[in-house]
Design a protein around this ligand. Sequence first.
Ligand code: SF4
Length: 774
Amino acid sequence: MRRDAIADPWGARTPYGPGQSWPVRVDSQLADGLTEDDVDRWVPTAAVLHSNGDGLELAVKDGRLVGVRGRAADRVNHGRVDPKDLYGWQANASPDRLTTPLVRRDGRLVEASWDEAMGLVAGRSRALLDERGPSSIGFYTSGQLFCEEYYTLAAIAHGAIGTNHLDGNTRLCTATAAAALKETFGCDGQPGSYTDVDHADVIALYGHNVAETQSVLWSRMLDRLAGPNPPSLLCVDPRDTPVARAATVHLAPLPGTNLALMNALLHEIIARDWVDHDYLDRCTVGFDQLAALVADYPPERAAEICRIPAARIREAAALLGGAQRLLSTVLQGFYQAHQATAAAVQVNNINLVRGMLGRPGRGVLQMNGQPTAENTRECGADGDLTGFRNWANDAHVTELADLWNLEVKQIPHYAPPTHAMQIFRYAENGSLRLLWVSATNPAVSLPDLARIRSILSQDRLFLVVQDVFLTETAELADVVLPAAMWGEKTGGFTNADRTVHLSEKAVDPPGQARPDLDIFLDYARRMDFRDRDGQPFPPWHDAETAFEAWKRASAGRPCDYTGLSYGKLRQRAIQWPCDAEHPDGTERLYVDGKFFARPGYCEDYGRDLVTGGPADQNEYRAVNPDGKAMLKAAEYLPPREMPSAEHPFALITGRTIYQFHTRTKTGRVPELRDAAPEVWVEMSEQDAKAHDLSEGDLAEITTPRGAVRARVRIRGIRDGVLFLPFHYGYWGTDDPSGRHRAANELTITDWDPVSKQPLFKTAAAAMRRAEGTR
Ligand code: SF4
C-alpha cells in the first residue's frame, strides 16, 4: 500500500483482538513513475533507521536502488514500513557520498588512495603501540553496523591490540537497557517479544514515545486499541506525545524525578498486595529490601518531588496492579535521564513483583535506540566482553582467549571496559592518541559539544573517521575512510526483541567505498596481527566466515546463534537464542523462571544503583547463589543540575519521527528533510505567554554550556519544561560559525553511575525571545 507517510506516519488501521494474529498490511514506495513490474529484483533486508527491525525488501533496477516494500511474512512488521524507511533508501544515492579516502595535508582533507590512507592508520597505530602501549588507541563505533563488523572490531580491539577503550554510540541509547537487564537478570538479553503486544491487557510505556521512535510497533498498538477488548495504556512522559494522548493514564513527571515516581508505584503495588508471592518466592531475591525501601515513598511524597497529583500515581498503580497480562516498555525518557538504571530496574521490578514475565502478554522490553545496537552489545563492541561474557570472571576471559587462540593477558580485564565519555576524557588529557570513529557523529551527538569539538580538534590526537558522508566529525579527521552503506554489503543484525535478520547486498557501493568489515580486516592484515600459533588474526575473511566465527563465540551463551546460518536467515528472521535445542529460535526468555544469573555464568556481578560501585563475585554469590532474578532498589536523589532562579526551565532533548540521529542520512532525503528541516523548541502555552512568545517566534535557550536559537512550537508539554530535538548539527547550514543550532551545545557532561549513559534529559536552562526576530 502506498501512502503519504509524512502526513500519515502510521497508516490505515487493521484492528485485531487479544490473542489474534496482527493482520498483514504491506507498505511500499517506489521512485516516481515506477511500478513493481519495472523492478528487476527485490533484495531482503531490514530497517536501519530505528531499532524496530522491520523486515524489508529493497527494489533494484539497472543496478540502482529504486524503492522499498515491507515483508508480509516478517514476524516484526507484517509488511508495514516506517516513514523513514519508505523514503530513506534515497540517501544511498546522494551526490555527496564519500567515494574516496581522504587524508589531512597542510591542514586540509585531500583525496588519497586506500593504500596511503590505511598505511597512515597502520603506521600511527604501530608507532603508538611501540611507544605508548595499547591504551593509547581507542575505538568509538555505532549501533548501525552489522554483527560481523562488531565482532571483528571487538576481536581487533580487545584481542589483537588489547585496549580496553572500545565503545559504541549505543552508550547514548541503550547502555541503560543493558545495565538494567544485567542488574535484574544477571545478564543482558531482552525478556519480552513484540508479540506480547498481541496479548497484553495493560501496556505501560516509560519514557518511550514509541509513536515516533518505533512507528511500526505503535501501529501494532494502535491496531490493538482499535480492536475488541483493547489494552489500557499507561504513559510516563513530560510531553504530550501521541502515546500520551492515547493513554488511559498519563503521568508527566518533572524531568530528573523518574525514580521517585517508580518507587511510589512500587510502594502502592506492594502496599495493596498486588503481588505474586509464589513467583517472588520461586524466582527472585531481594523482595524484603525492596519493600522496605519503597515503604518510604508513599504517592504523596513522589507527588511533591515529581509535581504530579498523588491521585494520578494511585490511578497508575491500580492499572498496573490490576493487569492480567502486563507488557512494560522503556526508552530514552528513562535511559537518558538522571538515575537512569535505577529507574529502569524499577520497571523490571514491577513485572517481577506482579509475576508478569515469560508468558504471552507478560513481558518487559528494555528498548534499543538503534537498529543494530543489540549486536554492538552481544559482540562486545560496546566494550563488554564478546558473547555477554563477564570481564570480572577469569573463566570467561580464558574461554574467550582460547576461542581467539590468544594469550589471556592479551585481553584487557583489569578494570571494567572504558565507557565512551571516559574514552573522550582520555583523549582530552592526552593518554589516548588515536581514536577511530566508525559510523557515528560524536561532534553532534555527544553532550557539551564545545568540549567535544576541542577534544576532537587537538593536534596530538590522530582521528580516523570511517563513514558514508563527510560528517561534522569527519571534517575534523586526520584520515577519512569511505564506507559502504546498508544495501551495499551483506551482514546480519538483531533488533530490540532479539530478532535476527540477514541484510543482503543489493547494489555496489559508490566509487572506492568499501564495507566496514573489509576496512577492519584490511587494517588487521596491515598490522600483521597474529594468534598464539603465528596465524593471521582474525582468521575470517568475509561476511559469512565472520558470521560463522561469531556463532562459535556465542555458543553456550544467552545470545546463542549456533542454530542460525545465512541459509536459514534467507528463509525467515529468527529470535535468538537459536541452538540445537531451539532450532526455531526463542520467542520469550525466562518462561521457566530460570535466568542467566548463576554466579559462574552471569555477565555482571552488579553495581550499587546509587553510586555505581561494582560488586565482586563473592558479594554476588552471597546475595544470589542460585541465579534468580534480583529485585534491587535505590533511594531517589535530586539531579546535580535542577531548575534555579537563573535557569528556571528543565531542558530535555529527543527525537522526531522524521529524522534519525544526526540526520546524516535522513537529512539528505527530500521528503524527510522537508518534514522537519529545522530545530525547534517545544514549550507550554503558559510558558510561551510568560515570555511574550508566539508559535514560530525565535527563542534563545541557554545553559551554562552554550546557547541555541530555535523556532517556538507551543505544545502540551508540562509547564517549566523545554524540549529540543537533538538531530540538528551544522551540516547544511549557511553559517556554521555561530554554533547556535545543535541541542547538545546545551547538554551537560554527566552520566548515570551504573550504565554510564550520558544525561540528555536533565539540564537547567534559561529562555528568552531572540532579539528582533518576530
Ligand atoms: S536518535 Fe540516536 S541517540 Fe537517540 S535513540 Fe536513536 S540512535 Fe540513539
